[in-house]
Design a protein around this ligand. Structure first.
Ligand code: SF4
Length: 488
């Protein structure tokens, strides 16, 4: 066995997880709550969903002020900027790029001027017909400032608005034409509107602070700004907050709900509740199911921080093997992509995780992680534990192997980079230096949700896509539609 890495360990942590998506947050204030500060707090709680860029747009009686930039929420905003963002409602966004390059012009919210005034849009998800729509619009003379799907959505809504009596009616008319995944918040001059695609791929919920209405990707963001959870936005629903209160219309097209199951496995924060199911409970159940699937004799159960820890607790509860801390994560590491040189980038990820030697030495360990993408990180962590004196490391993965790409907003690498497309489970175990390995069985995904979920997407594991997938050749036909303008 080749343990090529030392104890202070080489670890490119990000590469082992699919890219997060985006987070959206908005508030229609009753005048007792400052919209900009509330959105700022909400975005801080949603930072795990995207760390590339962020932005806040505030509407003061239809006049929109917007501040956005590359970087983390805490780096991008300060008191001076927030004090300048004055208004009655606001919408915010944190971004991880899954469609459109990671450049400033693609930062959201997207603010547009059209026939009825201004619109600000914050969007989470990917359209599956974005290329076709963009081509269609471009041929009709539309000029695009960005390469993100959100701009296509904005055009589709603006076109429908010309012949609609309200913005929500325009959104309702545009929805059947935009396919794929979208949970979004739209700010018009008078209204704040939350929209979830008919499949409900991405989460979106409604909260309240006094008589102020709040929309957020996850409930953890409601908690962060002191909002009471009211309900989830239903798939295909348009929820409108305005001076009259909260009201809703629904897309008449009924399709099977397909919430992304990976929200529970990895994306969402542990303290969020999505569509009535606690993320923490789902992760613990995954651990319990793994303990039943393939029991093993061991001295301790550990979890790879963060999401592996919850599954480890569940495994421990079911197996009776004590849960202990075996890996320490440095939570003060900044983003890795802005480091000026590759060497600095490497260094910054190399100090992200470390083994807790005093805990693991001489022990037979069951180690829980949420997923395996390329397989490199797992191998390094197992090696690290053994370098630190662990006698055995049994790997348990709280999701099935990734075998298929995602077209609904998750950045899963191509099949030739997915370790499970190249190797059997046993081979992955050997390559990871693990003494045994097991993945959560596909049929146990439903049990992981406690039988409560009315419909979910597991296409990246099963290959069963609940909605159309994009034409794989379409995006290669003319790259100009998606090439960002280089700004120096
Ligand atoms: S394919 Fe996978 S990552 Fe994409 S929406 Fe479905 S479950 Fe989520």
């Amino acid at each position: 066995m080749n343990h090529s890495c030392g104890k202070q360990f080489a670890l490119d942590f990000e590469e082992e997880h699919p890219g997060e998506e985006c987070g959206v947050f908005g508030i229609f204030s009753d005048g007792t709550v400052n919209p900009a500060y509330t959105v700022y707090n909400g975005l801080l709680a949603l930072q795990h969903r995207g760390q590339e860029s962020c932005g806040i747009a505030v509407s003061d009686r239809g006049v929109i002020s917007c501040s956005k930039d590359m970087g983390l929420v805490s780096e991008t905003f300060n008191h001076r900027i927030l004090e300048d963002l004055v208004g009655q409602m606001a919408v915010g966004h944190v971004r991880y790029s899954t469609a459109g390059a990671s450049v400033r012009e693609n930062a959201q919210p997207l603010v547009m001027r059209y026939i009825k005034g201004t619109l600000a849009i914050a969007h989470n998800g990917n359209l599956t017909n974005a290329y076709e729509l963009r081509q269609l619009l471009a041929r009709q003379g539309c000029i695009f400032q960005t390469t993100i799907d959100t701009e296509v959505i904005a055009y589709m809504i603006a076109r429908e608005r010309v012949n609609s009596h309200s913005i929500e009616e325009a959104i309702r008319r545009a929805m059947p034409k935009i396919h794929g995944a979208y949970s979004m918040i739209i700010m018009s001059p008078q209204k704040l509107i939350a929209v979830r695609d008919p499949h409900g791929f991405r989460p979106l919920c409604v909260g309240r602070i006094n008589q102020s209405w709040v929309f957020a990707s996850e409930t953890c963001a409601l908690d962060a700004c002191g909002a009471e959870f009211i309900r989830d936005v239903e798939p295909g629903e348009i929820v409108i907050a305005d001076a009259k209160g909260l009201h809703s219309i629904r897309d008449p097209v009924s399709v099977k709900k397909s919430l992304c199951i990976f929200e529970y496995i990895y994306f969402a924060r542990t303290d969020s509740i999505i569509d009535g199911i606690s993320v923490y409970d789902a992760r613990r159940r995954a651990g319990r199911l793994l303990a039943r699937q393939k029991p093993v004799d061991a001295d301790m159960v550990i979890g790879v921080p963060e999401s592996g820890v919850d599954a480890a607790i569940g495994y421990s509860e079911e197996s009776g093997i004590p849960y202990q801390k075996g890996i320490v994560k440095n939570t003060y590491i900044g983003r890795t992509f802005i480091k000026p040189s590759q060497l600095e980038r490497e260094r910054s990820v190399r100090i992200k995780l470390n083994a807790l030697s005093s805990s693991v030495r001489g022990k037979r360990i069951v180690m829980l992680d949420d997923s395996i993408v390329r397989g490199t990180t797992c191998a390094r962590i197992v090696s690290m534990l053994k370098e630190s004196g662990a006698k055995e490391v049994h790997l348990r993965i709280a999701s099935p192997p990734f075998l298929w790409p995602c077209y609904y907003g998750t950045d899963i690498p191509s099949k030739n980079e997915l370790v499970a497309c190249k190797y059997s489970v046993e081979e992955i175990g050997k390559k990871s230096y693990a003494d045994s390995i097991d993945f959560l069985h596909l049929e146990n995904l439903k049990k992981m949700l406690g039988g409560q979920c009315s419909g979910f997407c597991d296409a990246c594991f099963s290959g069963k896509y609940p909605a159309e997938v994009p034409d794989p050749l379409a995006a290669q036909k003319d790259d100009d539609y998606f090439t960002p303008i280089r700004r120096l």
